[in-house]
Design a protein around this ligand. Sequence first.
Ligand code: G4P
Length: 535
Amino acid sequence: MSLPEEIAKRRTFAIISHPDAGKTTLTEKFLLFGGAIQTAGAVKSNKIRKSATSDFMEIERQRGISVATSVMSFEYSGLLINLLDTPGHKDFAEDTYRTLTAVDSVVLVIDCVKGVEEQTERLMKVCRMRATPVIIFINKLDRDGRDPFDLLDELEEKLHISLRPMTWPVGMGKTFQGVYDLDQHHLLMFRPGGVRRTEDVLTIEGLDDPRLEEQLGSAANALREDAELINGVYDKLDIEAYHRGEIAPVFFGSAVNNFGVQEMLEAFVRIAPPPQPRPTDLRDVKPNEQMFSGFVFKIHANIDPKHRDRIAFLRVCSGKFERNTFYQHTRLHKQVRFSNPYSFMARSKEVIEEAWPGDVIGLYDTGIFKIGDTLSEGEAFTYRGIPSFSPEIFREVVNNDPMKSKQLDKGIRQLTEEGVAQLFIKEPGSKKIVGTVGELQFDVIRYRLEHEYGARSTFHHLPYYKACWITTNNPVKLQEFLRYKSDHVATDKDGNWVFFAESAWILNVSQENYPELRFHTNSEFKTEQAENAQA
Ligand code: G4P
């Protein structure tokens, strides 16, 4: 097949949700439809036990599983679908944010009882940053949830996106009878347990069809009123606006009962975008350019500590990737090639000869990759927009064994390159400050430093609220601030200045006192800088 045909065939996306909304269950149903797994329950183990805070074996086991399920590829309806897994545990949220840079669209799962939750808002914020198209699946309709109109209001308000319901529930919880497809005019009757029979799908001639009464009884009229209200209040789905991330189609269903899932999958293959152009520091790169390029969005250490090699996950963005071919590693200005790149078809790793835009490939990494690195065949550009977010928990790393300081340095450097945590260096004394989004990462770091690098360390708690990157056009003011706050500033891995604010109040006061400086809570400001430089 030609490059444009290969591109047109691919859809690369992620399912995201607040923990417990049903992401794993929905993933499993998608894979069942795609024939990638045969039995329910196969994906279930892909979760860190929710109470686990220090169960190292569990963490290790999960690392093994999460390599296998990082990318799940399957064919459906003539398309090749790459589903990128995102960790469920909130302490690994940053890993999820990075994975979102490698997809072309997402499916967001909402629990109809809980509505918008904390992690839902954060994830959507990340989607909005790059205008990622979103399909929403409102799940658990077999439970007594909130009124669907109230849910939609809440979604629009808190997620800052317009909506268009594509299906509509008839009843909920004990009175749940099914969903009505507002577009195709199907009535889909609910059967708990997910056994779908042909007679469960009723094609009707619009909402005036008297068969609605036969099926739904008195709920038929309520459905008619709801449908009228929907068509009056919500605009029709404009696919281009969906592709721009402005409007999200909404589906209702029950993942565990496999109900309403196929309808959404069918819509997904109809409307979800194929691989899209991506910004680099030089220009936007289109997938159908002949020259290969791609970027690393995730690095995974080998779970066997005897083997230090790692796996870098690379998203192909343009052209055709080929095995055993030299490509330019743009950060290192070095030609590199890979003899065993692999793909993830049907949960098994396979060495591949070639890969196309939208594909994610695993590359053995002997330590040459950092998250965000670009490989390219021609121009030396770098893909932009792999953000770091301000960590929320900070600890100073103290070496317990002076004989092992080299090992500790190497371990910390490699773990932070993998994206497990962020490292800041504070002077005087080159103190190492590690920042994470969750407590669990410190357990992972301590355990891995000891078991993989033989370095024992202690972490001292630091009472910071946020680390903010500082930018300015006024070097004099910057120096003044750095002197004034010398106890609370450090540099990040790329040498950028970072301010450790102890509270939101201190951050506000600092901003008021230094209007010439800008404080950023995520590293996307580099994108702004590049844009300013171009302007
Ligand atoms: P997550 O990956 O987003 O964290 O959620 P997951 O799919 O694991 O689902 C969380 C819980 O919600 C699971 O129950 C799952 O069975 C349940 N669930 C998913 N979809 C539905 C649905 O449509 N209706 C209802 N009633 N429940 C649903 P659990 O008790 O935590 O796990 P399990 O014992 O069922 O495996």
